[in-house]
Design a protein around this ligand. Structure first.
Ligand SMILES: [Mn+2]
Length: 329
């Protein structure tokens, strides 16, 4: 495992020219500082906004979680864990940080009710997306309700219809949940008027959600138990996806043996390699414009889920820029 003293990982936290510590005093620059609190612990040179192709937006928002809380600590846990994962991606035979990855500060939303917070997020996200231009924007939640404003903002920016590819144990298609239209359990119901939806790994739904699926051609559900025997479901999902895709990744999609650190875990979820195989295919065949990863609720003393989710985030960036990374240019 690399740490701040690994001389073979330049650009990763060792204060050099341009680092504030080195600028204050040459002597300070020689000390062994902890890695910066950026995604992957990248220093200013490797993570500056101007040259970055990918941008992370932490949104540690949590208000409507049903059972276990803690998703507001998700973005910080992902970033913390990411500082210790290997930068070399063996599958791609490349260091994906060379595309440039910038980590924005966390967005603070109003606590004056979910409806106001979601309106504020949609407006703020639109601003971030405009400033980012064609950079790959990855939002880190927070609870799943944050996805709806981001998806609505992305849909409003495009002339073509986008498909949301949802990884999740739950369909999140309830119109209202516990009196709120803006609950995490309604996240996908809040975007159905503007996007098509392909949901993968679903295994906990109510009858109302099954009805929405049955009567709506724009909704494709891939049940978790259909994913177990073979990969036929991947073809069905690919066929249902349009060319322009937004990925929303609720980490409770994964089996709780891999990611128990989430508010409403469900048995029978996705595994690591099958999921990566599908994701790589999606990024190869479709134009993935943005994504989010939500619902990690870190468990004190149990850091494997934090590492898994941090690595997932890095894999998504690697797949998104695979063409560039493997061309050598
Ligand atoms: Mn879920």
């Amino acid at each position: 495992m690399p740490n701040r003293r690994s001389a073979i990982t330049p650009g990763r936290g060792i204060p050099g020219r341009g680092h504030p510590a080195a600028e204050i005093s040459g002597r300070l620059g020689e000390l062994s500082w902890e890695l910066p609190h950026t995604f992957l612990g990248l220093d200013e040179g490797a993570s500056e906004f101007e040259s970055a192709s990918a941008v992370l937006l932490p949104v540690p928002y949590e208000a409507t979680t049903s059972y276990g809380g803690g998703a507001q600590a998700g973005p910080a846990a992902i970033i913390d864990a990411s500082r210790y994962i290997e930068l070399y991606d063996r599958e791609l035979d490349a260091d994906a940080t060379t595309v440039g990855i910038h980590t924005l500060p966390a967005l603070e939303l109003t606590r004056d009710g979910a409806e106001k917070a979601m309106a504020e997020l949609e407006s703020s996200y639109r601003t971030v997306a405009e400033v980012c231009g064609d950079r790959f924007l990855m939002m880190l939640g927070g609870e799943h309700s944050v996805s709806a404003p981001a998806i609505r903002a992305q849909a409003a920016r495009r002339s073509e219809r986008i498909t949301v590819l949802q990884f999740d144990a739950h369909a999140d298609l309830r119109d209202v949940f516990e009196g709120s239209h803006w609950s995490h359990a309604c996240a996908m119901a809040r975007v159905l008027d503007v996007v098509d939806l392909v949901s993968v790994g679903i295994r906990a739904v109510c009858e109302e959600e099954v009805e929405v699926w049955r009567r709506n051609d724009a909704v494709t559900l891939i049940w978790a138990d259909d994913m177990w025997e073979d990969d036929e479901w991947m073809d069905r999902a690919m066929e249902a996806l349009g060319d322009t895709v937004y990925i929303t990744f609720d980490v409770d999609y994964f089996d709780p043996s891999l990611v128990p650190s989430t508010g409403t875990p469900e048995p029978g979820g996705g595994d690591w390699y099958r999921t990566l195989r599908f994701l790589r295919r999606v990024f190869t065949e479709k134009n993935v414009i943005a994504c989010d990863i939500v619902e990690l609720a870190p468990t004190p003393g149990l850091h494997a889920p934090d590492f898994l989710v941090a690595k997932l985030a890095y894999k998504l960036i690697g797949y998104r820029f695979e063409d560039r990374l493997t061309d050598g240019g």
